[in-house]
Write a protein of this length. Sequence first.
Length: 142
Amino acid sequence: MIRSLVNTQKYTLINLPKIRDSRGNLTFVEANRHIPFEIKRVFYLYDVPGNAKRGAHAHKESEQFIIAISGSFEISVDDGLKEERYQINRSDCGLYIGSMLWHELSNFSSGAVCMVLASNFYDESDYYRNYKDFLKAIKGRK
């Protein structure tokens, strides 16, 4: 369970339950149980060219959980001090990204499908789309 994640880590890989069956595997995600928020929005990326980049923004308040439903891609996460990269390539493991983290998705494999579970409805005012503005905001919070 992930309840201890809230307010302690801003991003982390989370393994999800996997029920194995000869007819195919089943994985599920439960809000406030496997991920530390209520799910208000679900969206997915697909048919992304391999050289394209998605994301390249930070959220002021929203949290996200990102899963590779099919294929693979990379996510870089930047808290203003350091950047870490993750290869996302399993449908039973995803990356939790809290608020105020710059993130970018890249290196999509052919046929990759990326599903994102979000804690808030879409609101353009929740975004930092300029990295310099994001860094100013980080410094302003300290």
